[in-house]
Design a protein around this ligand. Sequence first.
Ligand SMILES: [Fe+2]
Length: 453
Amino acid sequence: MTAPTEAGWLEGRLAPVPDEIDATGLEVTGALPPELTGRYFRNGPNPLPGRPSGHWFTGPGMIHGVRLRGGRAEWYRNRWVRTRTFTDKNARFVGDDGTLDFTAVPANTHVIPHGDRILALVEIGLPHEITPEIGTVGPCDFGGTLTTAMTAHPKRDPVTGELLFFGYGVLPPHLTYHRLSADGARIVESREIPVPGPTMMHDFAITEHHVIWLDLPVVFDLDLAVKGRGMPFRWDDAYGARLGVMPRDAAGEVRWFEIDPCYVFHVGNAHEDGAGRIMLDGVRYRPEDFAASWREIGGSANPAQDAAESDTAHLYRWALDPATGRVAEEQLDDRAVEFPTHDDARTGLRHRYLYTVAGHAVVKYDLRDGSSSAREFGDSASVGEAVFVPAEGARAEDEGWLLAVVSGASSAELLVLDAADLSRTASVRLPRRVPAGFHGSWIPDARRGHPAA
Ligand SMILES: [Fe+2]
């Protein structure tokens, strides 16, 4: 008899918490900027007690929220997102007739504000609307206008306010581009994009005039899907790897650029360089790095790569030149990083700074002069994605704060780092540890349609 396989995503820094709690009047160290009045929400998988998930990515979403107001930290609470799979353990994503239920999903990957709503996202299903108190309203298809799944990494155009995103599907259409109105009421454009097959497309990028696609060799595997546990995707050398440049203007087709095989979960940003080239920054996994990471969180890797020990990813820049059809790639740093973030007001535009998480540190890159700085939190600290919040009336791109959850074995903090000087910090003590998760957002009280309360 073989021993049960250890499920690494149920232990250590990823181990779920067993329940939902509330705490008020949180202890603050240092001075919280009073203008940080709003909510920091962060999403991540958190399997229910007694219902272990088959892969880190498939656990039900739990949102951890911290309410800041006028220099105080008023509350912390955590809530599961009540999707159909959460409330009904018999709910199935794939029905007996082969149809997909986009509400039978774990809404576990991201949480964003758009228009009047706060949306919890997972790439295989519909967004789920949640309240400012982290209650679940229910699935949202924007008045019936969204008929595919929705990526967890939409991009808000800082000029138009529209939300650009895509849905990928294991059944055709494999890729559909969508544009959601600035008020979030309805989808105003949907466009099917021809791709060779169904892949796990986690992120994409936009520039002022283009959409950038990442068509990479992590493909849907029907055999794994039939077995029914975990994530039915695996590396496929035969698929190839390509980046696509698509004019946002509906008239144009996608121009594809073959690249060295790799996987990219997360894009940093992209922009047009003024000389006709598209510059894309992202965190790149070599095939063997992807295989090692994927296995660790419950996936099936290509057996040929099972011996790989590496599990690191690095910040890269791809320069795509539509005039020549050439693509150049450059590794920007030798640190192993993930969770790239930037000032969302620069999405699709030229940016100077990127922020990432590297081991137990937050790293800031200055892409103009090539320098970087890091703030270390020690070997026992699990450091989450650092979300940039611009200061009111900011003049410099890094004038603002980085919000990140740093968790230890029994307690956690919400850190508020000065983005211009990472050594300057305030923090909010949270009442319990917070499992390492995925993505979050700062949701200010004073956003369009939401005057400060
Ligand atoms: Fe992600």
